[in-house]
Ligand binder design. Structure first.
Ligand SMILES: NC(=O)c1ccc[n+]([C@@H]2O[C@H](COP(=O)([O-])OP(=O)(O)OC[C@H]3O[C@@H](n4cnc5c(N)ncnc54)[C@H](O)[C@@H]3O)[C@@H](O)[C@H]2O)c1
Length: 428
């Protein structure tokens, strides 16, 4: 492929994508408004954590196929992978998409293709991007091609999924979709499905909303299971043997940039219709408080006054360094409200971003009355009780992710609590 690609936004999605194209022989220019990130990338340093990214970045830069700066350059194809968060009031914040699109206008030439990869509310390409792109005076659809190809990779396995996942490509017209599919065939081995831009936007939002609703269902089942005296994990495991049942797993809440955010796009678009979607959001958002209250009850039931908890896991999911929308932060908020002392530890979050965060596991568990697993990092799954035994004050462990070896901890004298398991459930 002898086209030049300019990637706007070099975060979790944009950087791996840029590197992927570059390592498949495409000349790539990466752009980010974060000067620190740009300088780090230039020096082959990573500002995000992703399996296999370091060696691929080294290769891309050494080969001369990948350059980076804070401003776009002329190219054949422009890929936008900037954030699309929600505001405080849960409405979509499309400022990044708007600004990134505007930043391209001076560089766009006849025959160019602009692809939006960011997850956005349906109609964003049509209603937000196209009016800006018209400022180029190029005729949209014949002189300037535009499409949406939502990114659906999972952090931690981005490279494998970039290659093997099916890809949805939605063009503002057939030619835009065709050109976009041709570009991704550079490295995509999965099937590329063509549709229109608004359907592609909806597909991505539906996928994450489906998962959010499913998790809310699991969380509701967890609460019911605690009341009726069973273990929800066992019930879900058995139910999932049914060939047409796929229930997700409960937990202390839903976080990240996608699942906790994207359903709100549909709620904002159609508040009267998106009823289950709204309820699922509220259910999942109730889980951090439910988890914090459960900690309080455990401490009370054990007669522990002025207890101290060691929170294990700040990232929103296992084995990533991403704290965005993490339920752990909400759990902390509720612990502070309840006056419960805590220390937070996460081996993947390398800088202390919170006042009570520590980089040392011994410090986290020092004088702790309860270890609480909030994220299922591999480090916690394989954690040996001996490592923390000599430091804790009380041998209690509360696993909200069902990820530790319960029997091993019990053998070491720990009282083990599990979210959604009626065994040892404190009175709520
Ligand atoms: N992270 C994921 O797992 C994931 C998965 C699928 C889809 N997505 C979607 O992909 C999009 C990007 O997510 P991300 O996780 O890569 O975000 P990110 O925050 O990691 O990276 C976005 C980058 O864009 C840069 N940026 C913002 N405005 C810019 C502009 N005007 N010009 C140039 N750079 C700009 C930021 O500085 C940042 O480095 C979002 O819409 C997200 O919902 C993310």
């Amino acid at each position: 492929m002898n086209k030049k690609v300019c990637v706007i936004g070099l975060g979790y999605i944009g950087l791996p994508t840029a590197v992927m194209f570059a390592n498949h022989g495409v000349q790539v220019h990466g752009v980010d408004i974060n000067e620190k990130a740009v300088n780090m990338i230039k020096q082959k340093q990573l500002h995000i954590e992703e399996e296999g990214l370091q060696e691929r970045l080294n290769h891309a830069i050494d080969s001369g196929k990948f350059t980076v700066s804070t401003t776009p350059e002329e190219a054949d194809v422009f890929i936008i992978a900037v954030p699309s968060p929600i505001n405080e009031d849960k409405t979509a914040n499309l400022d990044y998409v708007r600004d990134a699109t505007k930043s391209l206008v001076p560089y766009l030439r006849k025959g160019n293709l602009v692809i939006l990869e960011s997850t956005v509310p349906p109609r964003t390409v049509e209603d937000v991007m196209l009016p800006i792109l018209k400022e180029t005076n190029l005729e949209i659809g014949t002189e300037l091609f535009v499409s949406h190809s939502p990114e659906r990779v999972i952090p931690g396995r981005i490279f494998e999924e970039l290659t093997n996942n099916d890809r949805i490509v939605g063009g503002i017209n057939e030619e835009s979709a065709r050109l976009t599919a041709e570009l991704y065939r550079t490295f995509v081995k999965g099937t590329i499905h063509l549709t229109d831009a608004t359907t592609a936007e909806m597909v991505k939002v539906i996928e994450n909303t489906y998962r959010d609703v499913n998790i809310a269902f699991a969380n509701e089942l967890a609460k019911i299971s605690e009341k009726i005296g069973i273990n929800v994990w066992e019930a879900i495991r058995l139910a999932n043997f049914h060939p047409r049942v796929n229930i997700h797993l409960p937990g202390p809440g839903v976080g990240g940039h996608c699942i906790a955010v994207d359903p709100w796009f549909l709620v904002e678009l159609e508040p009267e219709l998106a009823k289950i979607i709204r309820l699922a959001r509220d259910t999942n958002d109730s889980m951090p408080e439910y988890t914090a209250l459960k900690m309080k009850r455990i401490l009370e039931e054990k007669g522990i006054q002025h207890g101290r908890v060691a929170l294990f896991g700040l990232a929103f999911k296992g084995n990533v360094d991403d704290m965005r929308e993490s339920p752990s932060l909400e759990v902390i908020h509720h612990l502070e409200r309840l006056g419960i002392d805590y220390t937070a530890y996460d081996p993947h979050i390398k800088e202390n971003r919170l006042s009570r965060q520590t980089q040392h596991i011994e410090e986290a568990v020092s004088h702790a009355d309860m270890i609480v697993i909030l994220t299922d990092h591999n480090e916690f799954k394989s954690l040996q009780p001996e490592l923390v035994d000599h430091k804790v004050r009380t041998k209690i462990i509360f696993d909200t992710k069902n990820c530790i070896d319960r029997q091993m901890w019990e053998k070491e004298g720990y009282e083990v609590y599990l979210l959604g398991d009626a065994k040892n459930v404190p009175k709520m």
